[in-house]
Ligand binder design. Structure first.
Ligand SMILES: Cc1ncc(COP(=O)(O)O)c(C=O)c1O
Length: 373
């Protein structure tokens, strides 16, 4: 399933040669600095590179001032890292519903903000790279902050969404902060890594200190911090990939639109809404098994596709509030999340996928639906 976009060796050989010869393999060398400069230029806000998306979320919450025991509203329909980061940062996750597009429900976030008076932050996820409704979230979080006379931070978990855009606004500058993952399954790959993007320079600086054991100079820690650095090896890969990101996105948009079209024309599988004017990374190409299908349908389909060499995933099932470790934080049923998470099926999709491969997958969906379901 992982088919990352990576450079050929000849495209990065000189850079690797350079660091292996001069020994400058970490500690904010020229490639990390260059990667940060390029991401800054691309996103138009301050950027800080880190060792993973999860660490970026933890640092981000803390740098924005989350206090121990404060609540953080997150969608339950996400990868578990979103919730783990909240706990590691000292917060308590409160789970929100999603809308039909699998992004967080604005009405539900608004309801939770009015019911809980100790919310320190809201995290929305740009699911699979489809931007969440940023303006609505900015409006309701800022209204709640005013009512409370206390700043509630708005963070976007943009792990899937480097390069996405909505209403002419590129993901990266929404809310107080956006957090990207650069791991192997993402569209901008640095092997492993994370990136914080924020309009607030002081917050970016706080994170720069946090990622270096709290040290800002002369081995003298002025702040709390751990090791959250990106190495030069990772930065070289990230740097190569960011120079090709628009090209990759263009290819992915065309292929994904085509894949959607043939699935819609030939099967009953549900597609997730994707507005025309939105740039979507399609980090995962996820369809929905028919609503009326029986509980074993998705498992049978997964097995059938697997037997035919088609690897799939159920991203994201189980939803976080149903996972063993997080059940204790779950205070209510989330019917829409529970229903949609039982219907999602993530099909093979990567930048180099061919029309034949998409056709092969669609044929098998069709065959299963007609003959085997
Ligand atoms: C929504 C979401 N948030 C956070 C992360 C964590 O990113 P990382 O694996 O870089 O720590 C992921 C990783 O897949 C993710 O899907």
């Amino acid at each position: 399933m992982i088919n990352p976009d990576l450079p050929r060796i000849d495209q990065v050989k000189d850079s690797f040669d350079e660091i292996l010869r001069n020994g400058k393999i970490t500690n904010f060398g020229k490639f990390v600095r260059d990667f940060e400069a390029k991401t800054h230029e691309y996103l138009g806000v301050e950027t800080v590179s880190l060792s993973s998306g999860t660490v970026s979320l933890i640092f981000g919450l803390q740098a924005l001032g989350l206090q121990p025991g404060e609540k953080v509203i997150i969608p339950s329909f996400s990868f578990v890292a979103t919730a783990q980061a909240v706990l590691y940062a000292g917060g308590i996750p409160i789970f929100a519903e999603v809308e039909d597009d699998l992004n967080v429900s604005i009405d539900d976030v608004e309801r939770l903000l009015s019911e809980h008076d100790d919310v320190g932050a809201v995290i929305a996820v740009h699911m699979y790279g489809l931007p969440a409704k940023a303006s609505d979230l900015e409006r309701i979080v800022s209204a709640a902050s005013e009512r409370r006379n206390k700043k509630i931070s708005l963070i976007f978990d943009a792990a899937h969404a480097f390069g996405s855009a909505q209403d002419g606004r590129r993901v990266g500058s929404f809310g107080d902060m956006e957090v990207f993952s650069l791991s192997a399954t993402k569209v901008l790959v640095a092997v492993e890594g994370g990136l914080v993007a924020t309009k607030h320079p002081a917050t970016a600086n706080r994170i720069r200190n946090m990622r270096n054991y709290g040290i800002s100079s002369n081995y003298n820690a002025h702040f709390s911090g751990v090791n959250g650095k990106m190495s030069e090896f990772h930065a070289i890969i990230g740097l190569h990939n960011i120079q090709h990101i628009d090209e990759l996105l263009e290819i992915r948009q065309v292929k994904a639109r085509n894949f959607r079209k043939i699935i819609a024309e030939n099967t009953q599988f549900g597609l997730i809404e994707w507005p025309e004017d939105t740039i979507h990374t399609i980090k995962d190409f996820t369809v929905l098994v028919p609503e009326e299908s029986d509980p074993g349908y998705r498992d049978r389909l997964t097995r059938y596709l697997g037997d035919n060499g088609i690897e799939t995933r159920s991203y994201f099932y189980p939803p976080i509030h149903e996972q063993e470790y997080f059940k204790t934080f779950s205070t209510r049923k989330l019917p829409q999340t529970e229903s949609l998470s039982r219907r999602v099926l993530t099909l093979p999709f990567y930048t180099s996928i061919t029309d034949e491969q998409m056709g092969y997958v669609t044929e098998h969906l069709c065959h299963f639906e007609r003959e085997l379901s």
